[in-house]
Design a protein around this ligand. Sequence first.
Ligand code: NDP
Length: 261
Amino acid sequence: MDLGLRGKVAVITGGTVGIGLAVAEGLAAEGANLVLVGRDGGRAEREAVRVAEAHGVTAIGVAADVATAAGCEAVVDATKRQFGGTDILINNAGTGSNETIQEADDAKWQYYWDLHVMAAVRLGRGLVPTMRERGGGVVLHNASICAVQPLWYEPIYNTTKAALMMFSKTMANEVVGDNIRVNTVNPGLVEPPDWIKTAKQIAGEDGYRAHLRGVAEEVGGMKRFASPQEMANFFVFLCSDRASYSTGSTYFVDGGWLKTV
Ligand code: NDP
């Protein structure tokens, strides 16, 4: 099936590893050009070169911290410089947290708000006008099942991802007349590395593997982690014209973990 993505430009925050990199590979396989964003500029550059060579597309790596206004500006500037703008924006950069409400200070709340919400606000503000100029576009937000079904140890993650979901819905309403579709994907368990980081914090170096096995058992449904590629397939479809009637929605891709309808 031709997804009609050849020659499109996609900006992917956190596109240098994990789900974001799998989405990048999926889009490149369809002929899309890429802007891969991460704080580690070396890795961003390496992955951009590798994916571009593998799929015959143009890709650049951008070193930027999207939890800051300056970082978001750098992404917008680099995208305009290289491609004149973008057709697709995937706000994927994010990470789990581990705290109690009682103990976490304001700075920690602020950091996750900036990373999970303000990055989407700032990049939307910077890049949506370029989509308008190109006649339309797609914005996807990678939130989490935790946006509606919280995990006990990460109240800040749960809260900021819920806010991202609402931001996505609201933005969809604002740009629906511009032929720009905006949706959220809520993944369930997707293979480490981010999970390993959190699991080590909870169960330590010796206990984290058993902890991860336990997590998969406990969530029920398919009782396993998804591969990043399984997640990416869904993102790529939503980026394509095959999803042309889809906007303002949230899609759960969670192997049956969600306990409500
Ligand atoms: P990874 O930890 O594997 O990758 C995170 C990516 O985001 C990296 O490319 C990282 O690059 C980048 N990143 C992190 N912080 C920043 C920042 N401040 N500025 C720019 N880039 C940043 O994560 P996953 O693939 O596991 O997760 C991706 C998204 O999916 C996240 O938003 C996560 O919350 C969500 N998600 C993940 C699930 C899972 O089970 N893995 C489940 C549900 C949702 P660098 O370190 O170089 O900055």
